[in-house]
Design a protein around this ligand. Sequence first.
Ligand SMILES: Nc1ncnc2c1ncn2[C@@H]1O[C@H](COP(=O)(O)OP(=O)(O)O)[C@@H](O)[C@H]1O
Ligand SMILES: N[C@@H](CCC(=O)OP(=O)(O)O)C(=O)O
Length: 371
Amino acid sequence: MSDVREQIAHARSIVVKIGSSALTDVGTGLDMARLDRLADALEARMRAGSDVVVVSSGAIGAGIAPLGLKKRPKDLATKQAAASVGQLALAYAWGTSFSRYGRTVGQVLLTADDISNRSHHANAQRTLDRLRSLGAIAVVNENDTVATNEIRFGDNDRLAALVAHLTSADALVLLSDVDGLYDGDPRKPGPDGRPARFIAEVNGPDDLDGVIAGSGGALGTGGMASKLAAARLAADGGVPVLLASAADAAAALSSASAGTVFAARPERLSARRFWVRHAADTHGQLVLDDGAVAAVSKRRRSLLAAGILAVRGGFSNGDVVELVDTTGGIFARGVASYDSDEVETMIGRSTTDLPPDLQRPVVHADDLVTV
Ligand SMILES: Nc1ncnc2c1ncn2[C@@H]1O[C@H](COP(=O)(O)OP(=O)(O)O)[C@@H](O)[C@H]1O
Ligand SMILES: N[C@@H](CCC(=O)OP(=O)(O)O)C(=O)O
């Protein structure tokens, strides 16, 4: 078996994302038998010693039939109404299914702001951690009823990749209605009439050459494109990914012997640095001279006031700011140690010239990530 499959099979903690298409049908809503089989495979993995967090889609799908709708709604208000009905059914279904094993379920609903805002992020992290230590399984979904289009994660594949980092998981498993990645949508023949080709392992961008990631089914949101983006996001932070069919959940979760695997880059970003790079909203910019750009990006030094040429926009101590070079190119992000008006007074000054309370770096190297 490949190294990546070994890594996923033996990961101590995993995040498992289950797509709408794996849990619901348009006409009949939640499929309890399929959900039970998934819970069986998840419980078996936990009994084998892994910590598991579930990211479950399906709220909108589960709300369609009870509201007398015929298909997945497209407008935000009806989607939110369907999610409000369906989320209740979904959480109840997971609770009922896991109760067969005496396992307690905790529902965690997150908005994009809960990941980008540092204090919300820490709260979500603590809740997930405490659920784990109490032996309960967390079932996460986007808080669809309050998330507007502008502040949505967009799809649960991305949410799952972010949760994998939030929980410092060792692997991410995406379960869908397709048995892995193909070079084109397997529901349709390719332009030359041949069936789509299965890709068992993705080790780098070259393996994705010529791959066409198509749209999803009647219930899914992002299709294959959002799964690939999420796999890239996870793998970039050091988390290997398995994409498989929910029908193969037992094999996927017990031995990673199904589906497509995506290798992670060897060096793992800490949860904090991952947050700075991918999850945080940015506030304002610092313009750096060439020496500071080189020190920060090549020599991984902290950013000192001496290398700052200008402050753009306002930010507070603890906000994530963009670091730009003299051409305006954004090359890094970092957590500011001061408010923007304090930094204004420090521009270009060497550390020894500054009063003692302003002698810390403006952005510490541990909080600084190139993009
Ligand atoms: N290159 C591809 N490889 C595999 N599946 C693809 C590809 N392009 C499009 N798809 C489609 O993407 C669908 C899965 O996406 P989606 O419906 O959003 O799933 P989910 O509800 O699990 O998030 C599959 O049913 C498949 O037909
Ligand atoms: N939060 C939404 C799911 C959004 C979503 O990404 O769905 P999917 O593409 O099926 O994973 C719901 O529960 O219906």
